[in-house]
Design a protein around this ligand. Structure first.
Ligand SMILES: [Mg+2]
Ligand SMILES: [Zn+2]
Length: 229
C-alpha cells in the first residue's frame, strides 16, 4: 500500500467506549478491557499503511482521580494487550484538562479537550499525517466534531447515547453498530477489506434524511446516560 504510506494517514481512535468498554474514570490497567474482536480490523488497517493513534479526554487527571503515572500504566497495558495480537499503537494523546477540575494547572479551558481538535492537530504534526486521508472513530458526537474539525472522515460507534446531530459539524460520515463494524466500514471504503453491506446504518430515532442538514434544536434527548470523561 505505497499510496497510503506516502500519505501517512491515520485511524484516530477514542479510548473509552471505542477501544475499551466504558467505565467510570478507570484508574488501574486491568480496568481497561478491550472490546473483543477489534484486533483483526485494526491489524488489517495497519497492514494497509494506516497509523493507529489513540485520542482521549482524561479529565480524571484535572479532577484528581488518578495521576499521570496511573495513566501511563494504563496506556502501557493497553498497548501491550494490542501488541499481543500484533497491533502497534503509533501514539496516544490525552487531554488532562477540565474547567471544573481541582488540580492546579489542569483546571482550565484548553484547545485539546474534544470536541476541540487540538490533540489530532498535534498528532498530525508529530507524525506527519495527512488529515484528509485519515479517519476518526469515536462513540460520542464530541469525537465526531473533533474529527470533522480536523478535516478527517468520521465514524460514530453507536452505543445508544447520542441523539441526532444538531448541526453538520457534529454529523458523522458513517455510523457503526460497534467498533468492529466501524473498522470494517473504513476498510471497505478504503478498498483494503471486503465490501461492507451495512454502511448506511443509523441509530434509532435519527432521521437519515437530516444527516447533513439536521434540525437546529438537537432532536430528541439522549436515550441513555453517557459517561463523561
Ligand atoms: Mg468515548
Ligand atoms: Zn486539554
Amino acid at each position: 500500500m505505497t499510496r497510503l504510506e506516502e500519505r501517512s494517514a491515520a485511524i484516530f481512535l477514542d479510548r473509552d467506549g471505542t477501544l475499551v468498554y466504558s467505565s467510570v474514570y478507570p484508574s488501574r490497567p486491568e480496568q481497561l478491557r478491550l472490546y473483543e474482536g477489534i484486533e483483526q480490523g485494526l491489524g488489517l488497517l495497519q497492514e494497509a499503511g494506516f497509523r493507529l493513534v489513540v485520542v482521549t479526554n482524561q479529565s480524571g487527571l484535572a479532577r484528581g482521580l488518578f495521576t499521570d503515572d496511573d495513566l501511563g500504566r494504563m496506556h502501557a497495558h493497553l498497548a501491550d494487550e494490542l501488541a499481543r495480537s500484533g497491533v502497534r499503537i503509533d501514539g496516544i494523546y490525552h487531554c488532562p484538562h477540565h474547567p471544573d477540575g481541582v488540580v492546579p494547572g489542569l483546571a482550565v479551558r484548553c484547545d485539546c479537550r474534544k470536541p476541540a481538535p487540538g490533540m489530532i492537530l498535534r498528532a498530525a504534526t508529530d507524525l506527519s499525517l495527512d488529515l484528509a486521508s485519515s479517519w476518526f472513530v469515536g462513540d460520542i458526537l464530541d469525537d465526531v466534531e473533533a474529527g470533522n474539525a480536523a478535516g478527517c472522515r468520521t465514524v460514530l460507534v453507536d452505543l445508544g447515547t447520542e441523539s441526532a446531530p444538531p448541526r453538520p459539524a457534529r454529523c458523522p460520515d458513517y455510523v457503526a453498530r460497534a467498533t468492529r463494524h466501524a473498522l470494517r466500514i473504513i476498510a471497505a471504503v478504503e478498498g483494503v477489506g471486503p465490501a461492507e453491506p451495512d454502511v448506511d446504518y443509523r441509530p434509532q430515532g435519527w432521521d437519515t434524511a437530516s444527516d447533513k442538514a439536521a434540525p437546529p434544536d438537537g432532536g430528541p434527548p439522549s436515550r441513555r446516560m453517557r459517561i463523561e470523561t
